[in-house]
Design a protein around this ligand. Structure first.
Ligand SMILES: [Zn+2]
Ligand SMILES: [Zn+2]
Length: 361
């Protein structure tokens, strides 16, 4: 027992926020009470801990715990210093784990002097509605970060729907964060739809993604079908585009047999997603690094095809390919080789050095 064995660490853990008062009585609290607290007391038949003490520690774990992917399934760990970091849905710190499960916090982009350091307590790739619900349920607060307060999410319109009027090219969003579950209004023609209309589309679009096998054909069908209601930047469309970029030319030799149209699709969607997520979620480094590597591979394959026809390697394409592979190395620089991203990092470094050699010739 940590309390008896290591008083220092026990004290440190108890300094962390448990939000016990806010949590008490919530659905999650009741579930934890039934399945963890009662279980510990009954199974170990112990009086060493009181119910209050157990529930407080569960709260500390829920509020401050980080899922560590070095085990399968991942385990939850507490990191003392990281527990004092602020939350933002567009944070300025990225999280990586080394092979011993230690947390590495680092800044993918420059941080201005005096700014607060932040991580995302939720998933920065999720929609505003999902992040808000998740943060309220698990961390008991209503997020008011700049991204949540701006319903267009820095102009990306990541959650917007196309206007219900076919003749209108506008997008529909709630008037403000507090109106998320009220009417949504078209920014062009000002026509309004109610919550039922919005939920209907989103529920169908969401459950279809979950149910479908992520083959190239299904992804294309999905994009075509839901393109009627969802703009290209919508989070569900992006999720499917992400599958598609990964599906097209998964193995190196598969890349060589892609049709020109498929290769182009991989390239365009890949670049589009990198641009979008660099704005929305610049600290989602594993996703961004992997995407940049995919784009780099597609450009390299395109370059190979062009040079077969002309016996020349177009300099601009080589430069672009190098740009993306360098980005991939940057985003993945702290990834351990026990993860698939660590392997991509190794390959990215090899490709980068080879490209630099070619370009010097
Ligand atoms: Zn937020
Ligand atoms: Zn409209």
């Amino acid at each position: 027992m940590l309390r008896d064995k290591d008083m220092e660490r026990w004290k440190k853990i108890n300094e962390l926020e448990s939000l016990e008062d806010q949590r008490r009585g919530s659905m999650q609290w009741k579930a934890d009470y039934e399945s963890v607290c009662k279980f510990i007391l009954k199974f170990f038949n112990t009086k060493l801990f009181s119910e209050d003490e157990i529930m407080r520690i569960i709260g500390i774990l829920q509020i401050n715990g980080h899922e560590v992917p070095t085990s399968d399934p991942p385990h939850v760990a507490l990191f003392y210093k990281a527990s004092f970091l602020e939350h933002s849905c567009t944070p300025n710190l990225a999280k990586s784990f080394n092979k011993d499960g230690n947390l590495i916090l680092w800044a993918p982009k420059e941080i201005k002097k005096g700014s607060h350091l932040s991580i995302c307590y939720s998933d920065a790739v999720w929609s505003t509605g999902d992040r808000q619900r998740h943060l309220m349920q698990t961390k008991i607060f209503k997020c008011q970060c700049p991204r949540c307060l701006d319903v267009t999410e820095y102009g990306t319109n990541y959650c917007a729907l196309k206007c219900e009027k076919e003749s209108c090219r506008g997008l529909m969003l709630p008037a403000s964060l507090n109106d998320w579950h009220k009417e949504w209004t078209c920014m062009e023609c000002k026509s309004q739809v109610d919550k039922v209309y919005v939920n209907n589309i989103l529920e169908r679009a969401g459950s279809d993604i979950n149910a479908m096998e992520k083959t190239k054909e299904n992804c294309l069908k999905y994009l075509q079908h839901y393109g009627k209601w969802l703009p290209g930047n919508h989070y569900y469309m992006c999720e499917v585009k992400l599958y598609l970029v990964q599906q097209l030319g998964k193995q190196v030799n598969e890349l060589m047999v892609l049709s020109a149209e498929e290769l182009n699709m991989k390239l365009e969607y890949g670049k589009e997603l990198v641009e979008l997520y660099e704005k929305l979620a610049p600290c989602e480094v594993r996703m961004l690094g992997t995407l940049c590597f995919e784009v780099h591979s597609a450009i390299a394959e395109n370059t190979r095809r062009i040079s077969l026809q002309t016996s020349l390697s177009p300099k601009e394409l080589l430069e672009e390919s190098l740009l993306y592979v360098e980005k991939a190395v940057g985003y993945l620089q702290y990834e351990s080789d026990i993860f698939v991203e660590g392997h991509i990092l190794k390959q990215a470094k090899i490709n980068r050095d080879a490209l630099k050699m070619v370009m010097r010739m």
